[in-house]
Write a protein that binds this ligand. Sequence first.
Ligand code: NAD
Length: 361
Amino acid sequence: MDSFEYNVISSARTIFGSGSIERLPDIIKSLNASSPLLLSTARGNEHTKKLAQILQRASIEPVGTFNQAVMHTPSSVTDEAMQRLEANRADSIVSIGGGSVVGLGKALSIRSGLPHICIPTTYAGSEMTPILGETSGGKKVTRSDPKVLPAAVIYDVDLTMSLPPAVCTTSGMNAIAHAVETLYAKNCNPVLSLLALEGIKVLAEALPQIIQDPSLKHTRERALYGAWLCGICLGSSAMALHHKLCHTLGGSLGLPHAETHTIVLPHVLSYNAPAISQQMRELAKILPGSEGDAIKGLDRLSMSSHAPRALRDFGMAETDIDVVVEMVMSAQYPNPRRLEKEGVREVLRRAWVGERARTDL
Ligand code: NAD
């Protein structure tokens, strides 16, 4: 066996189950807090209203709601939320929504030192990671600090039932991307491999089923479970070309996060395939319909989940391909296959056009 090091990096407390949102008041009290600020996106208003009702029944009065969280955690929005936090003397932060809201909660928590309770309603996985990416002046800067980790996370499938199937697909593919990069991370270990393969397997089964019948709670619960595992993977292992490429596309061009991950993943896997033959075999075993070929399995998953295919459909200009390649090549980070400019360009070209992934990179 290869030598390895195993470190647990995860939020302190994870609570999973239908109806588990009712435990929020007890969690707040256990943190010696009583005046939370509630965070959401503009579309998450119904969720924050529900939280406020649950808290008020337990005699906890939220100090207010900030519902302007947006993607990529722009520092201007964080500054505004920070003012609200301080002006209202909040003693805790409760974020409900996808990675955008979780990101804002993390940014406020690290600035204020206040405990952060996360209630994720997508599969992005940010709640399980010590990573905070913030955008300022068209650049995304990422830092990793254990203090960024939320104090507690509640996964309640009931709050995810309204997530549109198309968002389930892209968000679920984003989670799968975390676990795929874990499989070949320089600091992967046997425990993380198990978590990654289980997370990918569960999501690859659940996502097409959600498309077929979005009302099935059990399927969405499985997807949420898979997302949790993939989130732990993201928080515990070093990410490589795929995540760097997607962060550059998101941070510099403002492309949507989950859609970008969904489109880019099969092409990066195709690029890395020659350097990760064992991981490709393991992936092929768990991806339905792969017939021994992980790229084919991922492509099938993409088709059966109605995943988006082309970056150009999200507003990326062809001339941006070379700009992004230059940015990606200028940063140093580990990747199983050495970064070659022409190869990276071809990955991006195929993702831009929307070609099907193939194993010839
Ligand atoms: P998101 O949070 O922007 O959510 C996508 C859309 O889904 C939004 O419009 C949101 O309002 C809506 N939505 C969320 N939950 C819903 C529900 N239950 N019902 C109906 N609509 C719902 O997108 P995301 O993909 O979850 O997160 C992306 C962000 O998270 C990016 O900023 C990304 O950088 C960050 N992220 C960070 C990490 C990390 O570890 N730091 C990991 C993954 C993602």
